[in-house]
Design a protein around this ligand. Sequence first.
Ligand SMILES: [Zn+2]
Length: 348
Amino acid sequence: MRTAIAINPRHAAHDEPRHVEQAARLQAITAALNASGLRASLLEVPARPATEEQLRAVHTRQMIELVRWSATRPRSWIDHDTYTTSASWDAALMAAGTTIAVVEAVVGGSARNGFALVRPPGHHATPAESMGFCLFNNIAIAARHAIDHLGIGRVAIVDFDVHHGNGTQDIFYEDDRVFFCSTHASPLYPGTGAEREIGSGKGRGTTLNLPLPHGVGDAGFARLFDDVVIPAIRRYRPDLILVSAGYDGHWADPLGPLTLSVAGYAALTRRLMAAAEEVCRGRIVLVLEGGYNLRALAASVMACLEVLANETTVVDPLGPADEPEPDVSALIARMRQNHPLLAGQNVP
Ligand SMILES: [Zn+2]
């Protein structure tokens, strides 16, 4: 079985050339994909817009109407860093629907795994608010769709974007059907994602946050995944793994203070794929979030796609960071001692 991809065909006119979250991002990825020999071996899933019912499963009516109204104007700002254009309503619906389409291909068994190449990104969008370059929460909408309509009982969402996925966390904070696990630099926008945020009510123990000191890179991430993220996934036993794949943790990224490399992202994807093989028949879908150095972004997406497609050689044209990394041992020890999924406590 092949790896599925879908590219949001309506993203280009949701653009602001002076903003880092610009159409050139997905264009750089598409150009790299076209230049590689990989595209022919992938299953291209038709993109389609999300329905308003699918949005409503995650977002308030007021928030949806604000995005629709903003897009009646040539250019508008929902907050100081989240723009819309007259094309943004279509682009945002298509980003969410395209994510759903890739998840359906994987859950339905026509693809082995997949990557939704979409923008605008989604993980900062909360139930009631578009923010942080995100209009609708694509990955959360797809997770809810999988649970409500595709017979999926439990979803693990791993978010390795350099920023905390506050929107996804908020949406599922009290929901034991979704395990949300985020690695992110701290301090950094949006300021949430502390270790003590572990979910509440029925969802207590199904949120796991790893706030990282600036400078953590390939070595630290490898340890955090081996000692915390993957064991937590094993314990939770999801039926599907979704990944908020942001590449602004790359050392060359202008926004992120972490030091991951292209090869480092490939190694994380390999670990997540192995976990998916172990717990959910290999069902894993990556969903594009951030990443603002165009070269690092395109190379990292290509490397992760090559891993998903079982290519053995991964090219890292930018190489590793040349800084020493801070030690993450204390963070790992605290997680093992305190987080319900790792400390042997009863969890949903
Ligand atoms: Zn980000």
